[in-house]
Design a protein around this ligand. Structure first.
Ligand code: F6P
Length: 342
């Protein structure tokens, strides 16, 4: 009989509960014990967990967030915390630990695996920026929410003949802004991968208005920088993984556009709405398949891997391949904006 630990780390994301449910239900077929560590790596440092049974995961499939809660705790920042993680694994006689998270959580998982700990990763992030997997769960839900918001902004923009700037999540990669912008028919799409000048943005909007379209939608990722300007951030402080909290570029752009074009402009920040609520069917299925695969890897004692989606298949890839570099938007996808935006 094996004992599996699991944790959810980093920003929450729709589909986390689907993964937890799948792990527990698959492990219970083998009569294995499942321990859910609370608040990401913090629970491993503090040995804070709850035993997960079939009853504890019943009814959680459609629920957003994570029943284990989460934090942005970095267990590798201090040697004493890494030691506590080792002790927690030993004390609870864990045969495996499944870490569900993005670049930061899995980066820590990879470091701890290299120290000899039996860890498996499951890729999560609404940003879809993890390498070595075609998709992370949570992305599809965020994309659909952002698309619906752009649809809603369209009708009010048109009625008032306004420019509506919509600020969308995406720290280093513009997947949500790009694809919701294409799906929602945004007129300007701005992503962190490509810097554009304020003049280029305004010229595009003016040209559109001259063609008789008296409203425009600008979809901008929070990590976009106006060419020649610094990245706009909400604060200067860094989190445990060295990231600054983003936010504010939408407002900055709206003010610039109104000043340069004379068109009335408003900004809407979608923020955490994109991360909340019920996962789409796609994310529930992907999360479920990831959870089942993670338990299969435990059965095979295959540690240091992350489960991943490649085409239609769920496969395992070395954790190191997933966390080395981010999966940013390829330029051929961005080129689509030249045809469809405007
Ligand atoms: O990494 C996911 C994400 O939603 C980013 O898109 C965003 O920059 C960040 O998390 C926000 O973090 P927090 O939840 O700490 O405000």
């Amino acid at each position: 009989m094996k004992r599996i630990g699991m944790l959810t780390g980093g920003g929450d994301c729709p589909g986390l509960n689907a993964v937890l449910r799948a792990i527990v239900r698959t492990a219970k077929l083998e009569h294995w014990a499942c321990l859910g560590f609370k608040r990401g790596w913090k629970g491993m440092i503090q040995n804070d967990f709850e035993e997960l049974t079939l009853a504890s995961v019943s009814g959680i499939l459609p629920r957003g967030g994570t029943i284990l809660e989460t934090s942005r705790t970095n267990p590798c920042k201090k040697e004493e915390d890494m030691q506590k993680v080792r002790e927690t694994i030993k004390k609870n006689k864990l045969d495996a630990l499944i870490a569900i998270g993005g670049e930061d959580t899995l980066g820590a998982a990879n470091k701890l695996f290299k120290e000899g700990l039996p860890i498996i990763g499951v890729p999560k992030t609404i940003d879809n920026d993890l390498n070595a997997t075609d998709y992370t769960f949570g992305y599809d839900t965020a994309l659909n929410i952002a698309t619906e918001c752009i649809d809603r902004l369209h009708t009010t923009a048109e009625s008032h003949e306004r420019v509506m700037v919509v600020e969308i999540m995406g720290r280093h990669a513009g997947w949500i802004a790009l694809e919701s912008g294409i799906a929602g028919g945004a007129d300007v799409i701005l992503i962190p991968e490509v810097a554009v000048t304020a003049d280029e943005i305004c010229d595009h909007i003016v040209a559109r208005h001259k063609r008789g379209k008296h409203f425009s939608i600008v979809a901008v990722a929070e990590g976009f920088s106006i060419k020649g300007e610094d990245l706009v951030t909400a604060t200067k402080e860094l989190d445990a993984f060295g990231h600054v909290l983003l936010g504010g570029v939408g407002d900055r752009l709206a003010k610039l556009i109104e000043k340069k074009t004379g068109y009335e402009t408003r900004c809407t920040v979608l923020g955490h709405i994109q991360r909340g609520g019920s996962p789409t069917a796609f994310d529930r299925v992907l999360g479920t398949r990831f959870g089942v695969k993670a338990v299969e890897l435990v059965k095979l004692n295959k540690f240091g891997y992350m489960v991943a989606l490649k085409g239609r298949d769920i496969v395992e890839v070395p954790l190191a391949d997933a966390v080395g570099a981010l999966k940013t938007v390829p330029m051929d996808m961005y080129e689509l904006t030249k045809i469809f935006a405007g």
